[in-house]
Design a protein around this ligand. Sequence first.
Ligand code: ZN
Length: 401
Amino acid sequence: MPGILDHPDRTHSRLAPLFVGHAIYRQAAYGSNHPLAIPRVESVMDLCGALGWLGESEFRASPRAGLDQLAWFHASDYVQALRQASETGRVDFEVRRRYAIGTMENPLFAGVFERASTSVGGSILAAELALEGRIVFHPAGGTHHGRPDRASGFCYFNDPVFAILALLRAGTERVVYIDLDAHHGDGVQDAFARDVRVRTISLHERGRWPYSGDIEDTGEGRACNLPVPAQFNDSELGVLLDEVVLPLTQTAAPQALVVTCGADALDGDPLSSMRLSNVVWWSALERIVALAPAVVVLGGGGYNPWTLARYWSGLWGRLSGREIPPELPAEALAILRGLRCDLIDDEDVRPEWLTTLVDRPNRGAVRDQIRALADRALACVDESAWAPAAERASRQAVATI
Ligand SMILES: [Zn+2]
């Protein structure tokens, strides 16, 4: 595919970044007793607004995906079941069993169908806008566990799959998906396991639900999984980035990237034990997004409303070229002070979560097991499955001569 996607010098002159959001995320969701029943995308939009980082020209309202679009990936009986359950607020035993909706994990709440369809529509729009040659940030995206025919892991639909499908439908031939959530990006890896145009990399905490994504798991040859131990720190992330994530992405020469940035990989998240600072993620993502001309940056998990709002707001700030201020204006401070979370006791709310966007870096010793993980991951990767097809063909031609 010629044009912007094959910009030869790889420095990618781009159009201005865009932020995709929607007011629907201000509505209560997930009931009252669920890890996702916290302020998330709305506090990111509000914080960015308070900092003057969300001009009208930078914002696009997410459309809602139609039934025809949902059918790109999801089974029509599942889509209909979720729509009906959303309308009536009820599911019977058989529907609950078959589609995993109306459960503790994937509860029914008013507007669940509209909300899930809006995050799919946002990811499709983000991909289309990215193909113009830009970075598009869609923090409501990142529902990476959704399955074609059922809900899974708080995810009703799988919007990252739709971002990738939109890129492929537009003719993109090489896409890399990078999943930096604390949980394995199982739904996306499995969706594209047999598609030679897509490579997936997932860095996640070992031993966490969904318990997949072992180092040996390479899907059909084009997946790389980095299951990291608890207490994973900034210095250790640096090693895996430099030795595995960045070189593998470069090898694949992507025309487009889709990145899921779950905030549950941060220190202070109640559902993980990773210990990363937001500053290391901001720097990591700046290096990642430089590797392709078209980039979709999605949200993902994240169950601490303070660390999530600070991470994703600062990420948008950095991606859109702003300086992160050491001190926050009163309006931004009020947003942070107004956040609440049942999973975090008041005395565990750290002072810096209320006063600044910027974490202290959490550098530390790089454990031997991290270096071993990098070596093992590279040994598991089949280089020929990662290189673009044209390069493979030319290598074979040379070998034949
Ligand atoms: Zn997660």
